[in-house]
Design a protein around this ligand. Structure first.
Ligand code: ADP
Ligand code: MG
Length: 685
């Protein structure tokens, strides 16, 4: 009988309620959970070191222990257990801290394996706090399977050895582990059973490598299949078809103060073509900071509004929403579009909500404040989300509901992001989205020059530069030290910095901004800066997103080492938004600047930097836990573009086989369950 992966671990002989409880605490409930609880590493007990040949570093040695004694240091309140380990060739010192039981643990006549670090400390070489195993126990395991001993991650009270015993007891059942995936180029029948077996009972590095790669492939296949199926399901939904009327769009484009870039034209065209369809658009507009996403959004929105529908634009912060509302008003009001702003601080919300419900307003710009239950739309057909990675699944779900309630149809969705998504990640996670890319900055824009400077000589290097910008009547962003502990000290630091600058740049008007301020306070400061009433804006990273002040061309970022690459690039995007040259100074206290800072100095290409960032930090950090809580990959690396591309081809082939009824997913119930959790990751519908 094949092993039933869904059955409780209690069905394993030898696992009683007590063990069950401990395993449950480690998140292990079913046999499947147990099988996928993989060794963290392996110890190879054939690779023992003779004491005559021992070198500093991690070692496995076999020998007898003697001369054990325990002492106590009063000053540091430590228990020290010392002894001597001997083999046929030599002897070394061993020491444990705060493990007094070690003094009584050993039988001096028996051999033990010791696994630990041999290094120089307290004036001599010694083996420090090694693990110790009775040699005959290990030798028994060795005989049974291999010299590789799996070391399981320890959770709570349960030791690696305990997992090992349980896994050992179901060893004969491994052969009957059912397949999870359909047959693909990579996954022949029995491959999963093989991989799991090799993971738990590895006999060589090749076994371990095979197991890890197969399980990584399995995850990637699931993830990519999920997004492909999302796309298929999306195709079955209906949305409001919005006619593309070139004449109307042309009028609007001619009215702009600038010429659209080719990238903008193409993106607008792609979007308008999508909106025409009766299937919902699911499109991601990627464009580096300053690439001009707003106008793309505005023109697309106009098309829907001309057709008699409403459009909602969701922004992550109040400042950003207000700024969007302003620029959209300027752009679209001459064409009879009514724009309204709905944020937390909005007065007369009730009136505005009535106007939304009656259809008096066409374009509703807001923060999550517009997602409350009592905001009802007359005919919401198109939704735009700025900085989409800042929103969670729930918030997008709310938008979906509002659309369906108002039109009975699914929404067209345009998601905008200034954090470019590397191609591998795009393929793996966002495969169901169509993508438009603004890879071209508006004409006349000069790339920001970035310089790393040491805090030590920064007065000489920087103050004259600041003065020269002030003399040109250009404005300055001064990003303060990042403070981890509490927000109040962040406030203090911003104030202090502002006061200090006031004594240095006496004629400049200096204001400060931080996350603790009330939204309208923030808005008012930002407005003063935008209108040129403030010369130097001292701020935390709250200015990070979206705000547009074209006359600000110098940015100083204190303690730049404390920020991520993407965040620094984003911050830097606040300057150089007009036609003047702009400079960004990354101030560091380190003697040797980090790789991050050097990359920023070298490149202004957001896509390149995103690739670097992905490699340096991994996707979780970059794309936030908010949206990717479900993106909890155990084995796969989203930087492994080779495996991703294989899995992507296979998953696509399978998805289209399903679409053509050559395959049905319901034949793979376990797979179906696995991908459900991924499916809600990216899509709205
Ligand atoms: P982002 O992509 O960062 O959201 P914005 O939409 O805020 O960028 O645009 C940045 C600035 O560039 C705005 O002042 C906008 O009016 C201007 N802009 C947009 N497109 C063009 C263009 N094709 N030519 C000149 N300026 C443009
Ligand atoms: Mg923007």
């Amino acid at each position: 009988m094949p092993i039933n992966l869904a059955s409780s671990i209690l069905s394993i002989r030898g696992v009683g309620p007590k063990t069950e409880k401990i395993l449950n605490k480690a998140g292990i409930r079913t046999i499947r959970d147990l099988l996928y609880y993989l060794p963290r590493t392996y110890e190879n007990y054939t690779e023992t070191t003779k004491l005559s040949e021992i070198k500093p570093g991690k070692v496995i040695i076999r020998g007898k222990i003697s001369d054990l004694k325990t002492s106590h240091t009063r000053r540091r309140n430590l228990t020290i257990t010392e002894g001597v380990i001997r083999d046929a060739t030599d002897a070394i010192r061993v020491v444990w801290f705060n493990q007094p039981y070690r003094a009584k643990q050993f039988d001096e006549t028996k051999d033990y394996y010791f696994v630990g670090n041999y290094d120089f400390s307290h004036g001599r070489y010694q083996l420090t706090s090694p693990k110790a195993e009775l040699a005959q126990d290990i030798d028994r395991i060795k005989k049974q399977n291999s010299t590789y001993r799996p070391i399981y991650p320890v959770r709570g009270a349960f030791k690696s050895e305990g997992f090992h015993k349980i896994i050992e007891s179901i060893r004969p059942e491994f052969a009957s582990i059912p397949d999870l995936l359909p047959e693909t180029t990579y996954s022949r029948s029995g491959a999963r059973a093989d991989a799991l077996f090799k993971a738990h009972f590895a006999e060589s590095d090749a076994d371990v490598a095979f197991a890890r790669e197969y399980l990584a492939y399995e995850e990637l296949f699931e993830l990519i299949l999920a997004s492909n199926l999302n796309k298929q399901e999306n195709q079955k939904l209906r949305a409001t078809s919005i006619p593309f009327i070139p004449k109307d769009i042309k009028q609007l484009v001619e009215h702009l103060k600038f010429k659209l870039t080719n990238a903008q034209r193409l993106a607008i065209f792609e979007i308008l073509k999508d909106l025409e369809k009766a299937t919902p658009m699911n499109r991601l507009l990627q464009g580096d900071v300053g690439s001009g996403k707003t106008v793309v959004a505005a023109i697309s929105a106009y098309s829907a509004i001309r057709a008699g529908h409403q459009v909602a634009l969701l922004a992550p912060t109040a400042i950003l929403a207000s700024q969007h509302a302003d620029s959209l008003r300027e752009l679209l009001e001459p064409f009879g579009v009514k724009v309204t702003l709905l944020i937390g601080a909005t007065k007369h919300k009730e009136t505005i909500k009535k106007e939304i419900e009656s259809g008096e307003v066409d374009l509703i710009v807001g923060t999550h404040a517009l997602l409350t239950d009592d905001t009802r739309f007359k005919s919401l057909a198109f939704t735009i989300i700025d900085e989409q990675h800042r929103f969670g699944v729930d918030q997008r779900q709310k938008l979906l509901e509002k659309t369906v309630v108002s039109t009975g149809l699914a929404p067209h969705l345009l998601m905008m992001t200034a954090t470019p998504i590397p191609r591998s990640l795009q393929l793996a996670v966002f495969g169901d989205l169509d993508v438009s890319i603004l890879n071209e900055l508006p004409a006349g824009r000069q790339p920001v020059t970035t310089r790393i400077i040491s805090e030590l000589n920064f007065k000489d290097a920087l103050y004259p530069t600041v003065r020269s910008y002030l003399a040109k009547k250009q404005q300055v962003y001064w990003i303060c030290k990042k403070i981890e502990e509490s927000n109040s000290s962040e406030t203090a630091s911003v104030k202090k910095q502002a006061q200090k600058l006031e004594t240095i740049f006496k004629d400049a008007k200096i204001a400060f901004l931080h996350g603790r301020m009330k939204p309208d306070e923030k808005d008012s400061i930002m407005e003063q800066f935008a209108s040129g009433k403030v010369d130097i804006l001292v701020s935390t990273t709250v200015v990070e997103v979206g705000v547009n002040v074209p006359n600000a061309n110098l940015m100083v970022i204190m303690d730049a080492d404390n920020y991520g690459l993407a965040q620094l690039h984003q911050l830097r995007g606040r300057i150089g938004r007009g036609h003047e040259a702009a400079e960004c100074y990354l101030v560091t206290t380190n003697d040797r600047p980090s790789r991050r800072l050097k990359e920023l100095e070298k490149s202004t290409d957001g896509f390149y930097l995103a690739e670097v960032d992905l490699k340096l930090r991994g996707p979780g950090e970059i794309y936030g836990s908010l949206q990717h809580g479900a993106l909890n990959l155990q084995f796969a690396s989203l930087t492994d573009s080779r495996l991703i591309s294989v899995a992507s081809k296979d998953a696509k082939r399978f998805a289209s086989a399903c679409a053509n009824n050559h395959e049905t997913l319901s034949q793979y119930p376990e797979l179906m369950k696995c991908i459900k959790q991924y499916q809600q990751l990216t899509t709205l519908n």
